[in-house]
Design a binder for this molecule. Structure first.
Ligand code: PMP
Length: 276
């Protein structure tokens, strides 16, 4: 597969990142994942604007404009000859001898271009099981930071329990998944955690809230408890790679009928129309 590192497109296997790279040593950087459907990077502008916001939040100056990044992504996709792809893009505080304070170094930019790993229609039709776990992350979860250790640990604990995802709980309320946003549906109303500092402001989340408005489905961006989720009629996750994915079981509790419900199915179908 193809990669980009600090100005050059190279085969992924041949890129070597210097040991004193701050992404490597400190996780000192931010990232995005963009899905490409039939040659078109989906919601690319939105992802790149979020990247700019994440960079600003960690006081990292973006080495490229959104337009320049769009051009680089298109160039990478052309070079990689990929139509259905996932683009990973990260920006770090660069290469410098390991000291915590900011170095006097230009940021590093890396990207990979890989065939997309979409979930199968069987998974969408069946829905997934999730595990409720403590949200042990920091207080700035709106920043798409490279520091994913709590997310990695939560995802692995969920996987160890045979679950697709960990749904996280902080101070008695459901925040989001380890790599997804989370929703509960009760009496036809969709509930999801408000877009504050405790969750990542998902690009898919924003698109799905738009889709819900178009469908006349009421959404409340409100706190809800794990108990509320367990008693929901439907529940679902959203992310760039998982799109709109029904939760049919939370730990030992079956949600609704145990199958993706009507609201999840409507939202996913309408979301897919956006992909076009
Ligand atoms: N929350 C977290 C913690 C994530 O890592 C992700 C995936 N980037 C999401 C939510 C979903 O965000 P998006 O829809 O932008 O992919």
């Amino acid at each position: 597969s193809l990669a980009f590192f600090n100005g050059e497109f190279l085969p992924t296997e041949s890129v070597v990142i210097p040991i004193d790279e701050r992404g490597h040593q400190f996780g000192d950087g931010v990232y995005e994942v963009i899905k490409v459907y039939d040659g078109k990077p989906f919601l690319m502008r939105e992802h790149l604007v979020r990247l700019e916001n994440s960079a600003k939040a960690i006081r990292l100056e973006m080495p490229y404009s959104v337009e320049q990044l769009e051009d680089l992504i298109h160039e990478g996709l052309t070079r990689a000859e990929l139509r259905d792809a996932q683009v990973y893009l990260q920006i770090t505080r660069g290469i410098a001898v390991r000291l915590h304070a900011f170095p006097d170094a230009p940021p590093s930019v890396s990207m990979t271009f890989r065939p997309s790993k979409s979930l199968t229609e069987e998974v969408f039709n069946a829905g997934v099981k999730v595990a409720l776990l403590d949200d042990e992350r920091w207080l700035n979860c709106y920043i798409k930071s490279l520091n994913l250790l709590p997310n990695v640990l939560a995802k692995q604990t969920a996987a160890d329990r045979g679950c697709f995802e960990a749904v996280l709980v902080r101070d008695g309320y459901v925040t989001e998944g380890s790599s997804t946003n989370a929703y509960a549906v009760k009496d036809g109303v969709v509930y999801t955690h408000p877009a504050n500092k405790r969750i990542l402001h998902g690009i898919t989340r924003a698109a799905v809230l738009q889709v819900a408005a178009e469908l006349g489905i009421e959404v409340r961006e409100e706190l809800y408890t794990p108990e509320f989720l367990l008693n929901a009629d439907e529940a679902f996750l959203t992310s760039t790679t998982a799109e709109v994915l029904a939760i049919t079981q939370v730990d030992d509790t079956v949600i609704g009928t145990g199958k993706p419900g009507p609201i999840v199915r409507k939202l996913h179908a309408k979301f897919r129309e956006l992909i076009g």
